[in-house]
Design a protein around this ligand. Sequence first.
Ligand SMILES: C[S@@+](CC[C@H](N)C(=O)[O-])C[C@H]1O[C@@H](n2cnc3c(N)ncnc32)[C@H](O)[C@@H]1O
Length: 244
Amino acid sequence: MLLGSGRIIVFTPTPFVKILKRQTGRMAVEKHFYRGAPQERHQARRHREILRLCSGLKGSLFDYGCGWGDISFALSTNHKVQAVDVDPERVRFAAEQYPEVAFSVCPEDGSGVSEERFDIVTSVVVINFTDPDVYLKEARRILRPGGHLVLAAKVEPPVRTWIKSKMGVGLDCETFVRYRPTRNQLFAKLADHGFSIVKTGSFYDPPFDQWRNPRDAAFKFGEQVWGALGAHWPAPYCSALATI
Ligand SMILES: C[S@@+](CC[C@H](N)C(=O)[O-])C[C@H]1O[C@@H](n2cnc3c(N)ncnc32)[C@H](O)[C@@H]1O
């Protein structure tokens, strides 16, 4: 590009793309969140588990912390779905990609909807980023009597942590996590808020994610064995279907 002063600027796309990403935010969204894109492995595991727990449930559904909206959309095949998130950028993207679902921004300490409004509340890896007591109280408030909560959360299985420390495997990078319970602590928290557990489950990270060295690879391999054996207690993600 030739400027008036006679200086020539070589215009490479990289900084331009970076500026665009910063300005719009949209280009930073990973491609698997776009409508019709092939699912990424972790996303596929999350979807499978949530759809399994929701199968057989009927009625209106509230996705509380919907992120980029892909799970809300998947659930909208069988339910009338309303979805919220605290992040306006995610909500804007979700509403653009999945217009069938009613998306809106919610405050940090509430859902923004009236009480006893929904038959099902889904919460997929959201509670870890909240004050769990505020969040679960709100989830319960908006459920109709007899309604269901479908919850997935990242957990910290003591055995997994112990093995990781022995193997020198690095801790996951989770700067924003506020609440990381064990599986039993999570179930106890649900009970404290008046939920009865109907069904539980778990899922694992995919085998080829987050390899930094051979120890990571060995750990991930071991994890796949536990996962294939259907062991819930060492899994990094716990799931539950609960009712009030
Ligand atoms: C790990 S993402 C999960 C998103 C989506 N549920 C999924 O599984 O793809 C966590 C989401 O929780 C949202 N979040 C965090 N705190 C929240 C709160 N208090 N209320 C609603 N959403 C919240 C974040 O903005 C983020 O989109």
